[in-house]
Design a protein around this ligand. Structure first.
Ligand code: M6R
Length: 607
């Protein structure tokens, strides 16, 4: 989703703004722009499409000034064209915005009645026009911005820049994250710490409803009531090395390949260095007295929760409900005060997941965040925050965050099962040993890349595909389908294998690839029967299994991909690798934009 940056610097702002916007590219965008103030004069440049278009424009039509704001836009109101691109400007004020102004129609009508002529289809233009109307009324920039912010409903991270003000930015946050960076005689504003990373590692996060008056030498933060607020400045560690492609063609492939390393880091985090046992640092939950677990998330994170539901119920014997965040709060589910609610999110900023957390926070015994971005809103607002140690994930299609989320969730399940007397020492020891070997096993599975690449010669010609799985492999079938559709644009569906003959089998013919994710577990024979039903109807089966599964069931299948053997509980983590690779190589063959697929944003900060 939209990315914001603001600079009050000591050097020309334009190249620094564009560079910072590059680090926000991963969020997804369809146009970009910057505005600067040079000797009091406000100017701006905007371009549709990739940032390279903005950079080209700036070469031919440069813009000076050491103060500026920049924006990558993911269109919500109005098509992605120059006019709708940010920064928006009304004479003396320019604004960049991430979020949705829900009362924009009402404000627009009011301003139009007062003679204001709107140029764009966006909700954001109401912010600049409103601010300009306050400036015309004689308010100073600071008070005009404050009066504007006061009128806004909805979600926003905003940064204002004013004609005649070389040393002033006004930043505001409600619903969308915003960080203020502290430099040496310089100040910055950014959607996240990654945007600001080369400029500073000293960051103050605005709280909900905060707005800030920023100059090169001062920062004044006020809360929603206008009272001066004291927000902590933190030193943030962002490893910039992780934000390049490291020699890979795409971030996604780099992130797939990183999994043995990051999984090992996650496993180390959840291993007690003294005993070698699985432990969850800071886990202050009496699982013996928990009556239910509710897990809420979106997209791939939701599918990680769906895998964990099987584990919580089968291993720890706790009833577990999983919900997509965009539906959860509108159902108004009754919550037990003996229950625990968990929120899984790579970014920690997904608007619906954050809203679900807020819905639960005073209704359950504990809220738990499982996040990749430690400083995110979901992390900060939860009672307990568990890191996943995936490192920066840039590819829009989530890969390493999914498998690392599953590691944190395995550790939680083991801790809960132990506390409830559901896991004997021997089984726990077996699981612990298997977990320790997992990064090595994942590494072996990555050696299957050329076999998988080869099957995608056919897959990339398909217009539809089915993924099948049973038990905890069912959510993985959904994840395989999600990955394939989001980056290759092939229509794909995931089904529980047993559900096939209740409808979707009608789709099966010789053109329909059916990808079956089936390690040789207790449910394998049943899955094989479903696979036979597909083959009997001419369906083309790609079986992903282990050596024993291949020995039993490879006859008649189109292709078999053989995974190394793994403990049943950990199979959804291992089988994520072929699911990711199938999607990746198919997309590469189709020539789609793998890292930034059309219409998608990495971090969905609006409802
Ligand atoms: O940052 P989050 O984990 O909360 O994001 C949730 C989804 O938007 C995300 O998983 C999305 O589905 C990915 N594009 C899937 O690859």
């Amino acid at each position: 989703m939209c990315g914001i940056v603001g600079i009050l610097g000591n050097h020309e702002a334009a190249p620094i703004l564009v560079d910072a916007l590059k680090r926000l590219e991963y969020r997804g965008y369809d146009s970009a722009g910057i505005a600067t103030v040079d000797a009091g004069k406000l100017g701006r440049r905007r371009a549709v499409g990739k940032l390279v278009n903005l950079s080209d424009l700036l070469v031919h039509n440069p813009i000076a000034g050491k103060a500026g704001i920049g924006h990558t836009r993911w269109a919500t109101h109005g098509v992605p064209n120059i006019v709708n691109s940010h920064p928006h400007r009304a004479k003396d004020v320019a604004v960049v915005h991430n979020g949705i102004i829900e009362n924009f129609k009402e404000l627009r009508d009011e301003l139009s009645q007062n003679g204001v002529v709107f140029e764009t289809d966006t909700d954001t233009e109401t912010v600049v026009q409103l601010c300009m109307s306050y400036l015309k009324d004689g308010l100073s920039p600071k008070y005009a911005a404050a009066a504007t912010i006061d009128r806004l409903e909805g979600a926003y991270a905003l940064c204002f820049l004013f004609e005649g003000e070389d040393d002033l930015l006004i930043a505001a946050r409600k619903g969308s994250p915003l960080a203020i960076g502290h430099g040496d005689g310089e100040m910055f504003v950014g959607s996240d710490a990654l945007a600001l990373a080369p400029m500073t590692d000293k960051v103050t996060y605005l709280d909900e409803g905060d707005w800030a008056i920023v100059t090169r030498t001062s920062l004044e933060i006020r809360d929603a009531s206008g009272t001066l607020a004291n927000r902590e400045m933190r030193t943030i560690k962002v490893d910039l090395g992780t934000s390049d492609k490291g020699g890979y063609k795409h971030y996604m492939m780099k992130e797939i390949a990183e999994q043995p390393t990051v999984l090992a880091e996650a496993i180390t985090h959840y291993t007690d260095p003294k005993t070698g046992g699985i432990s969850v640092p800071g886990l202050d939950i009496d699982f013996a007295n928990v009556d239910k677990i509710t897990m809420v998330a979106c997209g791939t994170a939701y599918l990680a929760c769906s895998v964990a539901k099987y584990w919580f119920e089968q291993v720890a014997r706790i009833p577990c409900e999983v919900d997509v965040a965009s539906e959860f709060r509108y159902r108004e589910p009754p919550m037990s005060d003996k229950s625990v609610a968990m929120f899984v999110s790579q970014s920690g900023e997904t608007a619906d997941t954050l809203a679900a957390l807020r819905y639960c926070s005073d209704k359950v015994s504990k809220t738990v965040a499982v996040v990749n971005v430690a400083e995110s809103s979901i992390s900060r607002e939860s009672d307990i925050s568990l890191p996943i140690h995936a490192g920066v994930e840039i590819g829009v299609a989530s890969t390493k965050a999914f498998t690392c989320q599953l590691i944190a969730l395995v550790a939680l399940v083991i801790s809960a099962a132990r506390a409830r007397g559901e896991l004997d020492a021997k089984s726990e020891q077996v699981l612990r040993t298997e977990l320790t070997s997992l990064p090595g096993i994942i590494n072996q599975s990555l050696a299957q890349q050329s076999e998988i690449d080869e099957v995608t010669i056919e897959l990339s010609k398909a217009s539809d595909a089915l993924f099948l799985g049973r038990g905890a492999m069912y959510p993985l079938a959904l994840e395989g389908a999600l990955k394939l559709k989001e980056i290759s644009y092939i229509h794909a569906e995931g089904y529980a294998s047993g559900e096939l003959k209740h409808g979707p089998i009608a789709l099966v013919d010789e053109h329909m690839p059916v990808i079956v994710l089936a390690p040789k577990d207790d449910l394998f024979d049943k899955t094989v029967s479903n696979m036979q039903e597909v083959m009997a109807r001419g369906g083309k089966v790609l079986l992903v299994t282990d050596p024993k599964g291949a020995e039993t069931a490879r006859d008649g299948v189109w292709k078999t991909i053989i995974m190394p053997p793994v403990h049943n509980m950990l199979a959804p983590i291992l089988y994520a690798i072929p699911a990711q690779l199938i999607a990746y190589y198919t997309a590469v063959r189709k020539g789609t934009d793998v890292d930034q697929p059309r219409n998608l944003a990495k971090s969905v900060t609006v409802e």
